[in-house]
Design a protein around this ligand. Structure first.
Ligand code: FRU
Length: 710
């Protein structure tokens, strides 16, 4: 038996694959029999990068088709002579723009385009490398075919590169269409930090036609780390992932699987650079806080998120909840990028019964967001304002079928921050337009919105917030704060339709904070705010996550020597993380005194100090891990890291300083500054600075801050 079957078993191995047939390798000094028109492809194959082009890699030999003659805006067409289809696949190297029909290679059989391919990039970033793609020729054996190469796109990535067109019996790329039964929390992905390596994947559920999510993921055979798609709310459903990857990534693709854990999870929140009491995402990049809303005992924190790498991309609404603003539990994404485009910043509210015609019952959470259609995988979409709702307390969200609720107005209009205006009994949406310009829209039902007015925050832009606060605690004397992404704000009045500025712009944030917003529906009328700490320093390079939120802080309005100003204190919930407090009263420190803080060891702490401004020292404050100063300078009345003036209030400088794994934040007399730091090994966490005289502390405290993750 064994002997008889042997020849059959061996047969497939012995059968030699038919040799490849080269259709074109573009090695000559001309395009030969190919017909060229227009400027972009030039008169002959290129030998490398052209003027103004990034370095081009991945072509074979010395020549290739390069559509960058005359830059991105030039156009061209190239047509091959007819050839006979004699193998199963057509493999070719291709790079450049991802614009179907505009930067593409078309295979034409019987006068019709039967297959088509593009480069990989449709937005800034990426790389000029050519990679293998393949057309499946089965069904066309023996037919005559032609190739048409089109470059008629203008602007970013408006060009195509092409080389080494070969008929073969084996494909050089893998067309994916794999079904996964969702029986575990995550779909895990091995990735490289090299963001030029991204491949586009589409996710569909239960055989539906439209993808519910698309993502550019840097799949890698040699992963720097692993990322995941969190599927906790899709258990039991069927997921199909489709896309096209080079054949060399087959091993990596085989590791993409459903699992209840992801490699690296055993280290989660203990990684070297992981902040211990600031919010960071488990994996990937974060920017703006979004959808800050308090509901049913939970503080919701959504955020701009790239779940798949350390850079800005794939804008998704990450989602976490906490009962105390410090201990967070991450949930699956609230909003995923889809045909509407990237999910840009926005807000969340609790919609009481009767306040909306969205198809919701009783009280539900509603998200208002920008669908940035300019970054859709489909052409001709713009940035518009849309809504989504949840009826299970924010576990799952449904995008409204009638989206968008505010169509495109101008530029990349974005960042709707909606709230209920009780006196007018309607919803209000401040919306960012462009430059320093914002608009205001109102609605009785969250579906039909009417524009009522415009306003400006000179020298600021993006991410509006608009809220009312009592001045010095007096409920009969209020101001409205119109807030912009840089933490600049106008003070004025608002009648439900129009914001009238009375003063500003004033500046609240200094340092790296950006794009913050405040909570809707917070208890005790609190105005709790989170900002995002942009990277203005060493950041979190090397970690599988990137960037953090600021501390949560409570805003009030107070009158000081300059007038009415936003004042903030870290939210009181931080007190729950304090331990081992040490306290000194009426302490005087001179340049040569023993520093009581020199004893302190550790990487997460808070300092509270009330300093008498009549102290004789010219520079007063703290030095953190040797390299980072937080110092008040008497001569010019400034505070390090804060560009604004910082004069004493009632003769005192009040400092609250917070150090976490990679950050330093300082509240000085109610203003705020922050930056990323590195904790230099072998240096003292904190020393008092008393230069040129004595420093009189009315009080000084140091608290160790516990990790929120343990
Ligand atoms: C601010 C911002 C927003 C936009 C978002 C995109 O940082 O540019 O205006 O919605 O980031 O991630």
């Amino acid at each position: 038996m064994m002997i008889r079957t042997l020849p059959f078993l061996l047969l497939p191995c012995l059968a030699l694959a038919a040799p490849d047939i080269t259709v074109a390798d573009f090695e000559g000094d001309s395009f030969g029999e190919w017909k060229v028109s227009g400027e972009a492809f030039g008169k002959a194959p290129a030998k490398g990068a052209l003027d103004g082009q990034m370095n081009v890699t991945g072509f074979q030999g010395t020549g290739f088709v390069n559509g960058y003659h005359g830059g991105d805006d030039s156009t061209s067409e190239l047509e091959s002579p007819a050839f006979k289809i004699e193998r199963k696949y057509l493999n070719f190297l291709i790079g450049g723009g991802k614009f179907p029909g505009e930067t593409s290679v078309n295979l034409i059989v019987d006068g019709k385009t039967v297959q088509s391919a593009t480069g990989r990039f449709d937005r800034p970033g990426g790389a000029e490398n050519l990679e293998w793609q393949s057309f499946d020729l089965s069904g066309y054996a023996g037919k005559q075919a032609k190739l048409q190469v089109i470059d008629k796109r203008k602007g970013t990535w408006g060009h195509l590169t092409l080389d080494q067109i070969v008929q073969s019996d084996a494909p050089k790329n893998l067309a994916l269409n794999q079904e996964f039964a969702i029986s575990g929390r995550y779909l895990v992905w091995p990735v490289t930090r090299d963001t030029t390596q991204k491949r586009r994947f589409f996710f569909t559920l239960d055989g539906e036609k439209e993808p519910y999510l698309y993502a550019d993921i840097c799949l890698s055979n040699n992963p720097d780390f692993w990322v995941f798609t969190d599927l906790a709310n899709l258990q039991g459903r069927k997921l199909t992932v489709s896309g096209s990857i080079p054949g060399v990534l087959k091993d990596a693709w085989e590791k993409v699987k459903i699992s209840d854990t992801y490699p690296g999870e055993e280290q989660i929140y203990q990684e070297d650079l992981r902040p211990q009491y600031h919010f960071t995402s488990r994996r990937g990049w974060l920017n703006d806080p979004n959808g800050l809303v308090y509901h049913d005992g939970n503080w919701h924190l959504f955020y701009q998120h790239n779940p798949y790498n350390h850079n800005w991309d794939n804008m998704t609404w990450g989602h976490a909840v906490s009962s105390d603003l410090f201990h967070w539990k991450e949930r699956p994404a609230g909003l995923n990028p889809d045909a509407e485009g990237y999910m840009y910043s926005g807000s969340a509210v609790v919609a009481p019964k009767g306040s909306t015609t969205l198809p919701v019952k009783d009280e539900s959470l509603v998200l208002a967001y920008t669908a940035n259609g300019f970054l859709s995988y489909l052409p001709d979409h713009k940035a518009v304002q849309s809504v989504a709702y949840s009826e299970d307390g924010g576990k799952t969200f449904t995008k409204f079928k009638g989206n968008p609720v505010v169509p495109h107005v101008i530029a990349e209009n974005r960042d709707p921050k909606i709230f209920w205006h009780e006196p007018s009994k309607h919803w209000v949406m401040p919306l960012y337009y462009d430059g320093p310009d914002y608009g205001i829209y109102v609605s009785k039902d969250m579906v039909k919105w009417e524009k009522t007015s415009d306003y400006k925050i000179p020298t600021d832009s993006e991410c509006p917030d608009l809220f009312e606060l009592p001045v010095d605690g007096d409920p009969n004397n209020t101001r409205w704060v119109a807030w912009g992404a840089q933490g600049k704000y106008m003070l004025g009045s608002f009648d439900g339709r129009t914001f009238k500025a009375e003063s500003g712009p004033h500046q609240y944030y200094f340092g790296s904070a950006y794009a913050g917003q405040s909570y809707d529906n917070a208890p005790e009328k609190r105005r709790v705010h989170f900002g995002w700490m942009r990277d203005t320093g060493p950041g979190l390079n090397g970690a599988p996550f990137n960037l953090q939120m600021t501390l949560p802080m409570d805003f009030t309005l107070r009158t000081d020597s300059k007038g009415i100003r936003v004042h903030a204190e870290p939210s009181k919930e931080i007190e729950g993380l304090r331990q081992d407090t040490k306290e000194w009263k009426d302490l005087v420190v001179e340049p040569l005194s023993v520093d009581p803080l020199a004893e302190f060891e550790g990487g997460q702490f808070e300092i509270e100090a009330v300093i008498d401004a009549s102290s004789s020292a010219s520079e007063i404050g703290f030095k953190i891990f040797q390299d980072h100063l937080a110092v008040w300078k008497r001569a010019d009345q400034t505070f390090t890291g804060a560009n604004g003036p910082q004069s004493p209030v009632d003769g005192k400088i009040k400092i609250r300083l917070f150090v976490d794994t990679v950050s330093l934040e300082v509240f000085v007399n109610g203003t705020y500054t922050s930056r990323y730091i590195r904790q230099t090994a072998g240096t003292k966490p904190v020393r008092i600075v008393a230069n040129g005289g004595e420093v009189k502390f009315d009080s000084l405290k140091i608290h160790r801050i516990k990790s929120a993750w343990k």
